[in-house]
Design a protein around this ligand. Structure first.
Ligand code: SF4
Length: 446
C-alpha cells in the first residue's frame, strides 16, 4: 500500500497530525489485536477534527471480518477496504471507492512488479511468498479472513529478493500464513525446499530466514537445505501449539505429541547448532490441568531456544468456539496462570542457554544505537529473528571503529540476561551496502 500510494504521487507524512489522509491497516486475528485496532481507529479519527485529516481509510483483517458492524458503528471512517483490497488503496484515499469497499473473497497476491516502499531499514526485509491458508486449525480465523492459499511464482519471488539484496538487504525473512505448504495450490507438491535452494544462491544475501514451519509439512528435503546452504539461517520457527494428544486433536492440527517429539529430535540431529523456536497456546477448550502439566514437562525436556506462549482467544466462527460451547472455557485467570508458569520454565532454560554463549564469537547484524542498555549498539545474531527474539547489545573493543546499521560484525559474548546477550565488537565482517543511515517510515503498530 505504501508503494502504490508513493507511485501515485502521495507523500508519506511523518506524523498523523500532518496527514491529509490516514490509512489504518488492522488486525482481526484475536481479541487483543481487535482491541488495539479499534483503539487506533478511534485515536486516528481525532485528527479529523484536531489535525489536517480529511479522509480516514480503514483496511485489513478487522474490516474483512466485521465490515457491516464497523460501517454502522464508526461514522467517522470514510472508506473501508478488506484484506484483499490492497490495489484499491489509492482510489480510497482519493475518495473514489464506495464507503464499503470490502471484497468478500480475498484474492489479492502481490508480485515483484508491485511497487514497494520499505517500512524497515534496507538491511532487512520481509518477502511474502504466499497468501491465505487451507488448514482447519480449530482456533484460527485466518483462512476465513485471508482466503485459501495462493502461492506466488518462484521467478517473481527470486526477482524481488534479488532487487532487495541489490538495495542493501542482508537478511530476507520469508513469510506466509502457511509457509511450508508453499506451492501445494499450484501442482499439489511442496516446493519450499526448491525455492529456498534457489534463493540461497543470491549473491550478497547473508541470512534467509523462514517463518514458519508447520510440523507436518516440514520435509526432510527442507531440513537438508537449511543444513547445507550457508546463506540459510540455521533457525527454525515451528509453532507446535501443544503436546497433549487430546488437545492437539481438538485443535485439528493433524499431528500428535509423539510426532512433535520425533521432529524436534530430527531437526537437531540434521541441523547442528540450530536455533529452535516454538509457540504454544494455553487454555484451549478441553485443556485440563493434566494436559497442561504434560505441556510443562515437554517444555522442560525439549529445551527450546525460544518459546512464545499465547492464551487462547475465543473467536466466533471458529471450530474451537463451538467446542467451547460444549466444553466450556478455561477461565481467564487460569489461562494467565498457565501462561506465566510455562514462561517461568522457559526463562530458566533460556538463561542457561544464554550463559553458555559466554566467550563465543558471533556474527552480528548491527541494527543501530542501543536504546535499552548502557551498551552502545544493538544487533542480532543468526539465531535471533527481527521483532520477536532478543538482541545482542554491543560495546567496542579498543581501536574498533563504531559500526553502522547494516554492518555485519564479529562480536565476543561477555554477558547475558534472560533473553539478550552482551558482546564486544572485535572486527567488521562486511560493511553495510546502504548508502546512508536507515530512516524508518512512520508506520505505527505491532
Ligand atoms: S496453519 Fe496457521 S494460519 Fe493456517 S489455520 Fe492453522 S494457525 Fe491458522
Amino acid at each position: 500500500m505504501l508503494g502504490l500510494t508513493d507511485r501515485a504521487g502521495f507523500t508519506i507524512a511523518r506524523a498523523p497530525e500532518d496527514a491529509d489522509a490516514i490509512v489504518i491497516n488492522t488486525c482481526g486475528f484475536i481479541g487483543e489485536a481487535k482491541e488495539e485496532s479499534i483503539d487506533t481507529i478511534l485515536e486516528m479519527a481525532r485528527y479529523k477534527s484536531d489535525g489536517a485529516c480529511k479522509r480516514l481509510v480503514v483496511t485489513g483483517c478487522l474490516t474483512q471480518r466485521y465490515a457491516g458492524d464497523l460501517a454502522r458503528d464508526m461514522p467517522e471512517v470514510d472508506h473501508f477496504l478488506g484484506s484483499g483490497d490492497v490495489d484499491k488503496i489509492v482510489g480510497a484515499i482519493r475518495g473514489q471507492t464506495p464507503r464499503d469497499g470490502v471484497s468478500m473473497d480475498p484474492a489479492y497476491l502481490y508480485d515483484d512488479v508491485t511497487p514497494r516502499l520499505a517500512s524497515l531499514p534496507a538491511y532487512t526485509a520481509y518477502v511474502k511468498i504466499a497468501e491465505g491458508c487451507d488448514r482447519p486449525c480449530s482456533f484460527c480465523i485466518i483462512p476465513k479472513l485471508r482466503g485459501g492459499q495462493r502461492s506466488r511464482a518462484a521467478d517473481s519471488i527470486e526477482r524481488e529478493v534479488r532487487d532487495l539484496v541489490a538495495r542493501g538487504a542482508v537478511e530476507i525473512n520469508l513469510v506466509a500464513q502457511d509457509l511450508t505448504t508453499y506451492g501445494k495450490d499450484i501442482d499439489g507438491e511442496l516446493h519450499l525446499a526448491t525455492l529456498v535452494r534457489r534463493l540461497a544462491r543470491v549473491e550478497g544475501l547473508r541470512w534467509l530466514r523462514l517463518h514458519y514451519a508447520y510440523p507436518t509439512a516440514t520435509t526432510d528435503a527442507l531440513l537438508d537445505v537449511i543444513a547445507e546452504e550457508p546463506r540459510v539461517a540455521k533457525y527454525i520457527d515451528m509453532p507446535l501449539q501443544h503436546i497433549d494428544d487430546d488437545v492437539l486433536k481438538k485443535m485439528r492440527r493433524g499431528h500428535v505429541g509423539k510426532t512433535s517429539r520425533a521432529l524436534v529430535e530430527k531437526i537437531r540431529a540434521r541441523i547442528p547448532g540450530v536455533t529452535l523456536r516454538t509457540t504454544f497456546i494455553v487454555g484451549h477448550p478441553g485443556e485440563t490441568e493434566d494436559a497442561f502439566a504434560r505441556l510443562c514437562d515437554f517444555v522442560r525436556e525439549a529445551e527450546f531456544d525460544r518459546v512464545g506462549v499465547f492464551t487462547y482467544s475465543n473467536e466466533e466462527g471458529t471450530h474451537a468456539a463451538k467446542l467451547a460451547e460444549e466444553l466450556g472455557l478455561v477461565g481467564a485467570r487460569d489461562m494467565e496462570r498457565r501462561r506465566r508458569a510455562l514462561m517461568r520454565i522457559q526463562r530458566q532454560i533460556s538463561r542457561r542457554k544464554m550463559k553458555a554463549a559466554i566467550g563465543r564469537d558471533l556474527e552480528v547484524l548491527v541494527e543501530g544505537p542501543s536504546e535499552e542498555s548502557e551498551y552502545l549498539f544493538a544487533g542480532r545474531h543468526e539465531g535471533q529473528a527481527p521483532e520477536i527474539d532478543g538482541s545482542v547489545f554491543l560495546a567496542l573493543a579498543d581501536g574498533v571503529k563504531p559500526p553502522r546499521a547494516g554492518d555485519l560484525v564479529r562480536a565476543r559474548v561477555t554477558g547475558y540476561a534472560d533473553y539478550d546477550l552482551a558482546a564486544t565488537v572485535v572486527d567488521t565482517i562486511a560493511p553495510t551496502r546502504m548508502k546512508r543511515a536507515p530512516a524508518r517510515l512512520p508506520v505505527l503498530g505491532a
